[in-house]
Ligand binder design. Structure first.
Ligand code: NAD
Ligand code: ZN
Length: 233
């Protein structure tokens, strides 16, 4: 039976590629206050600090390699008879580098730049600077194309449509602490989908899922993909 699968991913799927999650001891987020580097107010106060932060994350993300969890999800997209959509909260591009095509970045992309004046978007240079000009309007108002706290995530209407349509909703490597993504499971439940969590530890919304598998993404995700492909194809 063909199934329509929607997968929500978070920092945990990239953890074993060496990109720290937001809670990791010593991780990049423990060295910065999120109000300084991940809010529009922080950017208005000190845009240079925000560029430094994302420039460093971009360097790390470029060096990182996709892991077995990313690879398994890419294989699922190719081999599964139904639809597979990845909605990711991650700003890295490891899903794409592993080969996934249907990937929606609800929190934006580290490797894209955005003009705050005219909303043009383009590929970000490795290092973004305060005095960079927008290639379209020439304003010196360029920022990383990432969604900050207090901003509305991308493609929300389309995401809700796809979650409502899902037969299977799977959340992988996300703490369930940031809305609206943390609310997708309830929407999927309400629409009659089977819901499943794959995470190192139970997330904050763990009780909302019908099923849960605990463990490292590089182990639980390939196992789950093998099961889905054996079951439904
Ligand atoms: P998160 O860091 O909040 O959660 C990561 C989850 O992954 C945790 O539940 C953890 O148990 C799990 N995990 C860790 N290693 C794993 C592994 N090897 N295999 C499987 N799971 C593993 O990240 P998130 O849920 O993606 O956060 C959502 C969004 O919230 C992010 O896009 C980010 O913008 C934002 N956020 C920011 C902060 C902050 O700035 N301090 C904190 C939390 C979330
Ligand atoms: Zn512009």
């Amino acid at each position: 039976m063909s199934k329509n699968i929607v997968i929500l991913t978070g920092a945990g799927v990239s953890a074993e590629s060496g990109l720290g999650t937001f809670r990791d001891a010593g991780g990049v987020w423990t060295k910065y206050d999120l109000n300084d580097v991940a809010t529009p107010e922080g950017f208005a106060r000190n845009p240079g600090r925000v560029h430094d932060f994302y420039n460093a994350r971009r360097v790390n993300a470029r060096k990182a390699r996709a892991n077995a969890a990313h690879a398994a999800l890419a294989r699922l997209e190719v081999e599964h008879q139904g639809q597979v959509l990845i909605v990711t909260q991650n700003v890295d591009n490891l899903h794409e580098r592993a080969g996934s095509k249907a990937v929606w970045h609800m929190h934006g992309e580290l490797f894209r730049a955005l003009c705050a004046a005219c909303e043009a978007r383009w590929d970000a240079p490795d290092q973004m600077h305060l005095d960079d000009e927008c290639p379209e309007c020439r304003a010196k108002a360029t920022r990383p194309d990432v969604v900050w706290f207090g901003e509305i995530p991308y493609r929300m209407d389309e995401i809700y449509e796809r979650v409502l349509d899902a037969d299977l909703f799977v959340s992988i490597g996300t703490s369930g602490s940031v809305y609206p993504a943390a609310g997708f499971v309830e929407i999927a439940n309400g629409a009659g989908a089977h819901t499943m969590e794959l995470n190192l530890e139970p997330s904050e919304t763990a009780t909302a899922f019908a099923e849960s598998r605990l463990g490292k993404a590089t182990e639980v995700v390939p196992n789950w993909v093998d099961e889905v492909l054996a079951d439904t194809n």
